[in-house]
Every structure is written in C-alpha cells, then in structure tokens.
Write a protein that binds this ligand. Structure first.
Ligand code: AMP
Length: 118
C-alpha cells in the first residue's frame, strides 16, 4: 500500500530549490541529479517533479506525459553508459527506500556484480 506523500521529504525540497543539487538533466516533468553518496562511479537519481511516493504510485497516478518524459529522460542518461548500467527503484521498508519521493537509481561506470546478495 502506498504511503501519503510527505511534501517535506528531501527530494521535494530539492525540487523547490531549498537544497542544491548537481543537475544532470531537467525537463518539464523530470529532474536527474547526482546521488550525494554514490555507490558506483556513475550514480544518478531520476525523479518526477510531481508528488509520487514510489514506483507503484507513479505508475498508477501520473499522466502519460509525465511517465513518457520520465522514462525518456532516464533512457537518455542510460544511453551514455556504453559499457552497461543498472536501474534500481527501492520501495517501502523491505525495498530499503530512504526518501519517500519516487526515484530511479542509474548506476554504472564499473562492473556492478550480482544483483543481490542472497
Ligand atoms: P533510496 O534508499 O532508494 O530511497 O535512495 C535515496 C538516495 O538518495 C540515496 O542513495 C542517497 O544517497 C540519496 N540522497 C539523499 N539525499 C540526497 C541529496 N541531498 N542529494 C542527492 N542525493 C541524495
């Protein structure tokens, strides 16, 4: 079940300009910026500008324009990672989500190893 959106979460504050970010790409509906604590040489976060908590909330409630824009913006960043990359979206407690604003991690720049430790 999706939580209620918290407008004080850190990515909402980045979108309002209260907190700086290292922007990689920005469109009408989407912002991409460098993760502050990167797990790989290339670690970018892609977020919708709308107030969606997680993947399921975004998929269920965003407009077709927002969903298309989000994925095309993310894909353009991925295309620059010629040796390959990984996209991850964490959700909820079991997913290990820390920031309750939907985001896609794009990781690359080195071999990333197995998907999960068992
Ligand atoms: P998640 O655990 O999937 O919710 O990921 C949240 C990510 O946000 C983590 O990788 C953090 O390093 C990253 N993060 C937290 N605060 C900031 C910030 N101010 N700027 C950039 N990335 C951040």
């Amino acid at each position: 079940m999706t939580m209620t959106y918290d407008p004080e979460n850190i990515f909402a504050r980045i979108l309002r300009g209260d907190i700086p970010n290292k922007t990689v790409a920005e469109t009408a509906h989407t912002l991409a910026f460098h993760d502050i604590a990167p797990h790989a040489p290339h670690h970018v976060l892609v977020i919708p500008k709308g107030p969606y908590v997680d993947f399921a909330d975004f998929a269920a409630h965003a407009s077709v324009e927002e969903i298309t824009d989000f994925h095309r913006t993310a894909a353009q960043i991925c295309e620059g990672l010629g040796e390959g990359y990984r996209t991850i979206s964490n959700s909820g407690g079991h997913g290990g989500q820390e920031v309750p604003h939907y985001h896609l991690h794009i990781l690359g720049g080195r071999p990333l190893g197995p998907m999960l430790t068992r």
